[in-house]
Design a protein around this ligand. Sequence first.
Ligand SMILES: [Zn+2]
Length: 113
Amino acid sequence: MHEVAIMQNALDIALQQTRLAGGSQIHALKLRIGELSGVVPEALEFAFDVVVQGTIAADAHLEIDYIPVVCHCSNCDLDFQPANLVYECYQCDQISIDVVRGQELEIASLEVS
Ligand SMILES: [Zn+2]
């Protein structure tokens, strides 16, 4: 399962950052997941429960910030949320290939002590 590998990787980074901060317990972990990252939030939550077992993040609360796709139209300089898979600007009808948001896959914040 794709999500387990991603979650394991995110946890490894979180554990490393906690050590660097001198912490011994992770209380909360917030992830920023873009709609285009190909990750299913529910599967990620499930993976989280599996990978944190036996670690200092075992009691941590997981929060997922799901970011919708936002495109930029170079023709009329508008940032817009496409209505479907064709990224067509609703103001001037030009197709945008410039995705400014929606590809995120990162740790947004970490709460440790
Ligand atoms: Zn436009």
